[in-house]
Design a protein around this ligand. Structure first.
Ligand code: DGJ
Length: 755
């Protein structure tokens, strides 16, 4: 019994809807699929949105219909083929036996299923038969003997529609696919801004907002992975939409390779978005009877501003994308030795850090890069995943046992997709390295990329990892990737199939991950790629959390974490307290500020704990105890952005529990001023009728620099613990932000409803 998807035969209209969303499209004359609407639920649709027939001139017509007002060039469509009269950016370009790129797609049939089909070879959202329904439309190009299946899954209790496409070569000739999108959506009469998440190494995912101009703008990665540089995520928002009110449409690609989001404003100001695998260097040979599955895009609509849109994604990712058994479980507080020791460590040197971690209440020790092969710098050993005896003379298990005896879990760093020329793997299998015959492959961080599209390469890495993982002492894996793909070529493919190498790489990595995560389901995986270079939903499917950035500076993290939250839940975003001066920016911030920012994510520490002063150690103990108290609220509460770090001198966000009984407010005042303006923060998400008490959450000292005489003039104190305030007071009147004579002055306020 279909309750979420209806087909109205008289008007040939499909209506997907749950309690809050509607998505409508129809089969137009000649079998073209015409998009009608995506947005807030429409209870009863009366077929008035059929696209007006207007002769635009130079917008050609459909053969056999030949009506001047009816053109593929202007009709809002669900999925357009190239070179057949729609001059906008297409979703599909295929070369068939005629040698032309023309694709003419017409409706053939449709079917509906309860639940959600699995996407072969690709990570995707999942749903039980009670959670979602799926509509599958089959389009066909009868000349090419090509069928295109369009998948639309609507979730019952999530404001999400998942879309993807699948090609099937039904003929007996090879087809060459030059481009295949996952999603196309056409909007009519909408004046949007685009919000994207561009970035760089150590400066990932900062929110950028711009107007859409005429022409096409592409937001993409050509780096072989999703990259630090442009996240595979995009928002179309009404001009007036802010964090709290207004319409926004979010699009999230579940894929970790080259991607593109093309936004086109056409000659009559209609807007098209086409998203999926980047067609740069892509070419797929689809043999007779073969199929090609394009990755999935999750899309959402919210009328409650950008926060509403983000929360929709936070919920679906936590519940229906992260597949691991650690999904929705509290994540351990870890200490990682990377910034503490870099490559300069051995078992003996690590023991005191573990001892200190235990005293502080830390729950896991993570051994980072440098434990294998003969790796003492970044020049060697990638591909040789055997423990280096010089550093661990009694074996790694011996050390892991020590960690376990202290009551901590043990985590280990790997970079499985990479190879160093100075490695046994390279010496025995130089062909495993991705390279173009006759050309020197380009190094990056002195390392090279394994051709993961090859099954033998996947097996060689799996066999090595298995030897270690079978010993059963590894509780967590940090899966790193410290360069991008450049010499995209596979020695296992013939020359005219090299356009497949990039996507085959991604499929190969997914296949390896599928095998590892299903063989070792208890291991918690953390994604990493030189910080947050592969922070995407393909990765989230396998890895419940990811290292947000190598930049651990508290100030820089404001922008990174604020931007990341636009698309990803807090439970995915790891954040560490590191030493000062900060290793990336040289900035000195208080331990408290560093902790407040890191406690706004999945908390960890990344510094030599033994070198901290006694008073700092006491503060860390308090921070950890406090974080344990608020951890479910931070990792699984509703998160709202309040003040953007890009907008001024202040940043604020808040976590509110689902039952509204608890809230944690974070505020940061970046630069201190001699003559400061007073500012307030208005809370959100509380129950206006309840009273809340401010409870103590010890995290260290709010320092403020004492400069004698001036103290009496300026010190506004943070609110006192035990203060009682009502929800409406906090949300309507707000609170004054304290004035502290110190840069990067941060506060955490923990409110609990009074029963
Ligand atoms: C990059 C990661 O982001 C760091 O945390 C660290 O693991 C290094 N790689 C190790 O090479």
């Amino acid at each position: 019994m279909m309750t979420l998807i209806t087909f109205i035969p008289e008007t040939r209209t499909f209506h997907l809807s749950n309690e809050r969303l509607s998505y409508l499209f129809m089969i137009e004359e000649g079998g073209l699929l015409s998009h009608l609407y995506f947005g807030k639920k429409v209870k009863r649709y009366h077929n008035h949105m059929t696209y007006p027939r207007i002769d635009r001139g130079f917008s050609g017509n459909i053969p056999s219909i030949n009506e001047r007002g009816y053109s593929k060039d202007t009709l809002p469509q669900e999925f357009s083929g190239g070179h057949s009269g729609d001059y906008r950016t297409p979703s599909l370009m295929v070369k068939g036996v005629t040698g032309s790129y023309s694709v003419d797609l017409r409706y053939k049939s449709h079917r509906m299923e309860v639940g959600k089909p699995v996407l072969e070879g690709l990570p995707a959202s999942f749903a039980t038969v009670d959670e979602a329904e799926t509509l599958i439309i089959t389009l066909e190009d009868s000349l090419l003997n090509l069928e295109v299946e369009l998948f639309y899954t609507i979730f019952k209790n999530q404001d999400i529609i998942a879309r993807s496409s699948r090609l099937i070569n039904c003929g007996n000739q090879n087809l060459i696919v030059e481009k295949v999108a996952s999603l196309q959506i056409d909007f009519v009469a909408k004046d949007f801004d685009v919000i994207s998440l561009p970035g760089a190494y150590a400066n990932e995912r900062h929110m950028e907002r711009e107007t859409i101009g005429y022409g096409i703008k592409t937001y993409s990665s050509k780096r072989g992975t999703s990259s630090h540089h442009m996240n595979p995520f995009l928002v179309l928002a009404d001009k007036k939409t802010d964090e709290f009110t207004g319409d926004s449409y979010g699009f999230h690609l579940v894929y970790s390779g080259n991607h593109s989001f093309e936004v086109e404003k056409d000659h009559i100001s209609q807007v098209r978005l086409v998203a999926g695998i980047n067609d740069y260097g892509f070419e797929w040979h689809l043999g007779a009877g073969e199929s090609f599955q394009a990755p999935e895009v999750l899309m959402t609509y919210s009328e409650n501003g950008l926060n509403g849109m983000s929360q929709n994604f936070h919920h679906i990712i936590r519940d229906n994308v992260v597949r691991s058994k650690h999904r929705n479980k509290e994540r351990p507080i870890l200490v990682n030795n990377w910034e503490a020791t870099y490559f300069d460590f051995n078992e003996e040197k690590l023991h005191p850090i573990v001892d200190e971690a235990k005293k502080m209440g830390i729950e896991m020790f993570v051994l980072d890069d440098g434990w294998f092969g003969h790796r003492n710098d970044d020049q060697s050993s990638l591909g040789d995943w055997q423990v280096w005896e010089d550093k661990f003379p009694n074996g790694l298990k011996h050390f892991a046992d020590y960690v376990h005896k202290q009551g901590l879990k043990f985590g280990l760093w790997f970079e499985p997709e990479m190879i160093s020329k100075d490695s046994n793997l390279y010496r025995s299998h130089p062909d495993y390295l991705m390279q173009i015959p006759g050309r020197e492959p380009s190094p990056s961080r002195s390392q090279f990329v394994l051709d993961m599209g090859r099954k033998d390469v996947q097996d060689a890495i799996f066999t090595q990892l298995k030897l270690l993982l079978d010993e059963g002492y590894i509780d967590y894996i940090k899966w790193d990737m410290n360069r991008h793909l450049s010499d995209i070529h596979s020695l296992a493919l013939i020359p005219n199939r090299q356009g497949e190498a990039g996507h085959r790489y991604v499929l190969g990595v997914y296949a390896l991950l599928e095998k590892i995560t299903s063989t070792y389901p208890d291991i918690l995986f953390e994604g990493c790629s030189g910080g947050g270079g592969r922070f995407d939903l393909g990765w989230a499917y396998y890895m419940p959390q990811s290292w947000a950035s190598d930049n651990t500076d508290a100030l820089a993290r404001l922008t990174i974490q604020y931007g990341t939250s636009l698309a990803y839940p807090i439970s995915m975003m790891t954040s560490h307290v590191s030493a000062v001066p900060n290793h990336q920016t040289g900035r000195v911030t208080t331990l408290e500020a560093r902790a407040h920012v890191a406690m706004s994510g999945v908390l960890g520490y990344e510094l030599d704990l033994t070198k901290m002063s006694d008073s700092d150690k006491v503060d860390v103990i308090e921070q950890i105890a406090s974080y344990k108290k608020i951890r479910p609220l931070v990792q699984y509460g509703d998160f709202y952005r309040l003040k953007s770090p890009k907008a001024g001198n202040e940043t604020a966000w808040i976590f509110v529990s689902e039952n509204q009984k608890e809230a944690l407010l974070f505020t940061a005042h970046v630069l201190a001023h001699a003559q400061p303006y007073l500012s307030k923060t208005l809370l959100i998400g509380l129950n206006p009728d309840w009273d809340y008490r401010l409870e103590e959450l010890p995290t260290g000292q709010l320092l403020g620099h004492s400069v004698g005489y001036f103290d009496s003039i300026y010190a506004t104190q943070p609110m006192k613990n035990g203060s009682i305030l009502s929800g409406d007071e906090l949300m309507q009147m707000g609170i004054y932000n304290p004035i502290v004579r110190q840069d990067m002055a941060t506060q955490l306020y923990y409110f609990k409803a009074i029963d």
